[in-house]
Every structure is written in structure tokens, then in C-alpha cells.
Design a protein around this ligand. Structure first.
Ligand SMILES: [Zn+2]
Length: 557
């Protein structure tokens, strides 16, 4: 535009700037020409990277520190053929970098200017970091692990993470997750460091302390991988990413929460290998297993599992679904969100943003003509009604509910607005469960029963007899002495303690008149119902867990 140019030249300041700019351009042209000449004399190609389109993914091939030290960048790749550019062909570091690359690629060498190199190296920022998905955590998970050794090893994480790329540092954390078999990792920002804690067998353990900058880098990497907004740190965010273990992909649910020292981040690991346990391996007592199987193998009816978060109810439901999953059955799920992928099962995640909630999802899902339906949770009347309707029309419906006990589920559903004549014919079974730690196999040993233990156990022996279990107060109970395998806690692993309410005709009858949980439980007892506490006592007598562990997790009833 000639007019514009005239205007610029009319302004002395702008004119000066335009002249300076063109001087710089001219200098650069000369510099590039010099490099071109030098390349020719050395028998190398020449490349101007400022005029070349480069795929940033290529920068995963040469790590940033190598690129900076050896003044070398990749700029084109076709299969095994890689074109690289560098500024100092005689430099020993550059030569070493090329030799290393030649082990994997056929290298085509080009000379470029320092300006070109610096320009291309900006791609490292664009690339951010190498995707964590491409890194595999390799841990021998089948070996017998020693908690004390693993925790000691995990304490070295901050040293091992020093100076490595953040994605690799995160992968080191993933390895700890696999070797310690943890379900959650917590990043807790503090004044001078970030504490990393992990949940092992339901108990939070301190893993290590990271310097603040390293903690921040990891959080940024996690936010990047789970597509959260980097720059937003003052509102909670939720996301998800996955990483590759040796033989599978593990999903990680991420939640961030703003605190005074920075973002607190919790990673929850959804490992299908741990999440989908064969029904036989859930650790149910033979009695509970029989009752549970009877309910899930029936046609039609609603089966509920209740318990707080972390009580293992999802695992129980998934195992139950996996058990009845056969090719001739159509199983559909509605989850918030999908936790584990079940082969042969049609799973659907609810999406509140578009109004796809449990109630609406369930109505549509029934038009898909399933045999078995899993609804993640019954939270409101609408969902409860749809679930009940589904079970009345010949579907087996599985769901969860937040109640303290199995019998609580009945008044809870009635209070949500379900009429007795609807609920009574549909409800088949309610299970309530808690997870308790099991005694460490390696240091387990008997001890004479204490007076306190005797006082807890003796009064309920009659309940066991009523349930048809011939048992008397034992003289000895088991306890873990503490060893390196269990890191001196005396416990290793967890087991589910369940109470199962089979909805008999008597209980159905009661729903019309007196549906308080105490009355329902009283009726159930006549058929041998045992509370979670009593089931836990059975596991204690059986040497699986201890009375103090029961007290920590289960309300005495
Ligand atoms: Zn032990």
C-alpha cells in the first residue's frame, strides 16, 4: 500500500524503525547466505528453519537438553529417514548426538544458522512435554511385595526425579502406584514442600515430600494430561487421563482443589485388574456367597449394594455383573462415570451438562431391551421409580444407595416417594458392605483371647446359632505381630464384610405397615440375618481380621 508507506516515511520515529527492521532483515539475509556457503563447502545441505514448517511431535525424538547442548534439531521425518539441522558440524557434542541418532535412524545432515536453530527450538515449548501415554510403567506386579522396602524405595522419588523431564517423573510415580498397589495418590501442598501420600489397603501413608517446584511441575503435567485448564488454580477441576502399564491401560481420575498453599490434587487409579475381581475371589464367606449368588442368578428384581465411598461396593457390583455376563444376556450400564470397562457389556457414562442423568438415561436405556441393567446410584425419586419399573418388567436391576445398613435401604426408598405396592414386589436383595484390613499372612500368630474380646464375642454367639452357625467363643484369636512385608502394621490387604438382607415375603409384607429399619432387621433375624458387625466377628474368629480393625470400620449393631 503506497499510501501507508508514505505515511510511515512522513513520521521520523516510524521511519527509523522501518529502516532498522530492514537492516536486521538484511543482516539476516547475509548471515543465511554465509551459512549456505559454508554448507556447500562442507558437502552438507543447508536449511532455513524460519521458513520451514516443522511438526512439533518430531521434537520428541531429540530431548530438549540434548538439543540445547549439541545445537541440533530434527525437522523432517519419513519412516526411518530423519533430517536434522545443526550449527556447529565440528562440535564433539553435536557429533555424539548424531552418532546416537544413527542407531535408530538414517540421518540426513543439514547446516542452519543460530537464528534458525533458536527459532526451531521454540517447538519444545509448543510441544509442552511428551505425552505420558507413550510411557509405560514396567513393574513386576506378580511378585510378592514387601511394603517396608517399597516405601523405602518410594522415599527416594524426589532424588530420582531431580533433573528428569516431568513426564518421566510422573511415570516414576506411576511405577510406585503399581508396585505399592495403591488406589489413590494425594498431592498436598504445604508451606515448604508438597507431601505425597498414598492410600494403601485403605490407609493413607506418606510416600515422600517433594520440593515445591517439582510438586508444581507434576501437577502441571497431570493437568496437561487430563485436559484441565493450566492457568486456573482457584476453582476445583475434574478430569481424567490414562497411562500404560505393562499389559494394560490404567485410567486415572483427577480432581483438583484450591488451598492456601496451592492446588491439592487427588489421583484415583481405576485399574481394571484390581477393579474386576472374579466373584469367587471377593473373600465372601460361603454363606454370604450363596445368598448373593441366589439373588443375582434370579430373573428380574432389584439388587442394591449400599455403603459409603471406598467400601468396595463398585467392585462387588462389577464382579457380580461379570459373573452373570454370558453371550445370550444383554447387559447395559449407566454410570457416573464409567469406572472399568467390562468386556461384552454396553456401558454408558452419564453427562449432566446435556441433561443425560440417571433418570433420563434409564428411561432410554430400557428401550434398548436389556436383560440386566446397572444404574450407578439411586439418588432421587425419579431414578428410584424408573429402576423399580425396570425390575418389575423382567429386568435384573443392580444399583447402589448411600445408607448405613442394608435394612436402611427400605425406609430410604419409601421416603423417596416409592409406594409399598411398587417396591415390595421388585426388591430382591440389599447388601451393605465395608472393607476391613486383613491380617498379614507372614506375621500372623495366635494369641489368647483377651477379656475385652471375650466380652464382645460371647453375647452374640447365640445370634450365630440362630443363623445355623455352630460356633463357640474361641480361646485364641489371630493378630499380625508386624514385619517388613506389612511395614509393621500387622495388616496386608483388605476384605469385604457384608450383611445381606434377602427380601422375603415377610419383609415385603412389612413394607405396607411398619417399614422402620429396626423392625425389618428383627424380621430378617428370624431367617438368620447377621449384621455387618456380626459377620465381621465371624471373620475375626476365622483369623482373617481383628476386633480393633472391625471397631475402626464397622458400627456395632
Ligand atoms: Zn506382617
Amino acid at each position: 500500500m503506497p499510501e501507508g508507506n508514505l505515511e510511515i516515511s512522513a513520521n521520523p520515529e516510524m521511519r527509523k524503525e522501518a529502516v532498522n527492521r530492514s537492516m536486521t532483515d538484511m543482516n539476516q539475509v547475509f548471515k543465511e547466505r554465509e551459512v549456505m556457503e559454508k554448507a556447500k563447502s562442507l558437502g552438507l545441505h543447508y536449511i532455513n528453519l524460519q521458513e520451514t514448517a516443522i511438526n512439533p511431535d518430531l521434537f520428541q525424538i531429540i530431548p530438549k537438553d540434548v538439543s540445547l547442548q549439541a545445537s541440533i534439531v530434527p525437522f523432517y521425518r519419513l519412516g526411518k529417514h530423519l533430517r536434522v539441522a545443526f550449527t556447529e558440524p565440528e562440535n564433539e557434542t553435536t557429533k555424539r548426538a548424531i552418532t546416537a541418532l544413527e542407531k535408530k535412524f538414517e540421518i540426513d545432515q543439514s547446516l542452519c544458522s543460530i537464528e534458525s536453530l533458536t527459532f526451531a527450538q521454540k517447538n519444545y515449548e509448543k510441544l509442552g512435554v511428551k505425552k505420558a501415554e507413550t510411557i509405560r510403567a514396567v513393574v513386576d506386579e506378580d511378585r510378592e511385595i514387601n511394603l517396608q522396602d517399597e516405601l523405602r524405595k518410594a522415599k527416594q522419588l524426589p532424588d530420582r526425579m531431580k533433573g528428569v523431564k516431568t513426564d518421566i517423573a510422573l511415570n516414576m510415580l506411576h511405577e510406585v502406584v503399581l508396585s505399592l498397589r495403591v488406589s489413590d495418590i494425594h498431592f498436598q501442598p504445604e508451606e515448604k514442600q508438597t507431601s505425597i501420600r498414598a492410600r494403601v489397603d485403605g490407609m493413607l501413608q506418606k510416600i515422600c515430600e517433594l520440593p515445591i517446584h517439582l510438586g508444581n511441575d507434576l501437577v502441571q503435567q497431570i493437568k496437561h494430561d487430563s485436559h484441565l485448564k493450566y492457568n486456573i488454580t482457584n476453582v476445583p477441576q475434574d478430569g481424567k487421563y490414562s497411562f500404560l502399564a505393562k499389559d494394560r491401560s490404567i485410567d486415572v481420575r483427577v480432581s483438583t482443589f484450591p488451598t492456601n498453599y496451592g492446588e491439592s490434587v487427588v489421583l484415583r487409579f481405576l485399574d481394571a485388574k484390581k477393579g474386576i475381581v472374579p466373584f469367587e475371589k471377593l473373600g465372601f464367606s460361603p454363606r454370604i456367597k450363596t445368598q448373593f449368588e441366589r439373588a443375582i442368578l434370579a430373573t428380574g428384581g432389584m439388587i442394591l449394594v449400599t455403603g459409603p465411598t471406598g467400601s468396595g461396593k463398585t467392585t462387588t457390583l462389577y464382579s457380580a455383573i461379570a459373573k452373570i455376563n454370558t453371550p445370550e444376556k444383554k447387559i447395559l450400564t449407566l454410570e457416573d462415570p464409567i469406572e472399568f470397562r467390562l468386556p461384552g457389556v454396553l456401558q454408558s457414562g452419564i453427562n449432566h451438562r446435556v441433561g443425560f442423568d440417571f433418570a433420563r438415561g434409564l428411561r432410554s436405556l430400557l428401550r434398548q431391551d436389556p436383560d440386566v441393567v446397572l444404574v450407578g446410584e439411586i439418588r432421587d425419586q425419579e431414578t428410584a421409580e424408573s429402576a423399580v419399573q425396570a425390575s418389575l418388567t423382567g429386568h435384573v436391576v443392580f444399583s447402589t444407595l448411600h445408607t448405613n445398613s442394608a435394612s436402611d435401604a427400605i425406609p430410604r426408598l419409601m421416603n423417596m416417594g416409592l409406594a409399598a405396592y411398587v417396591l415390595a414386589p421388585s426388591l430382591r436383595m440389599v447388601a451393605a458392605q465395608r472393607l476391613v484390613r486383613t491380617i498379614c499372612d507372614k506375621c500372623k500368630q495366635p494369641h489368647p483371647i483377651t477379656e475385652e474380646e471375650k466380652q464382645e464375642i460371647t453375647p452374640i454367639i447365640s445370634q450365630f446359632q440362630r443363623a445355623g452357625i455352630e460356633i463357640s467363643t474361641p480361646t485364641e484369636l489371630m493378630k499380625g505381630k508386624g514385619c517388613s512385608r506389612c511395614c509393621n502394621s500387622g495388616y496386608r490387604g483388605e476384605t469385604a464384610v457384608l450383611e445381606i438382607l434377602e427380601v422375603t415375603d415377610e419383609i415385603k409384607e412389612q413394607m405396607y405397615s411398619d417399614f422402620s429399619s429396626q423392625n425389618i432387621e428383627r424380621t430378617a433375624r428370624e431367617d438368620g440375618f447377621l449384621t455387618m458387625w456380626e459377620e465381621g466377628i465371624l471373620k475375626t474368629i476365622n483369623g482373617e481380621t481383628t476386633l480393633s480393625e472391625l471397631k475402626r470400620k464397622i458400627e456395632k449393631r
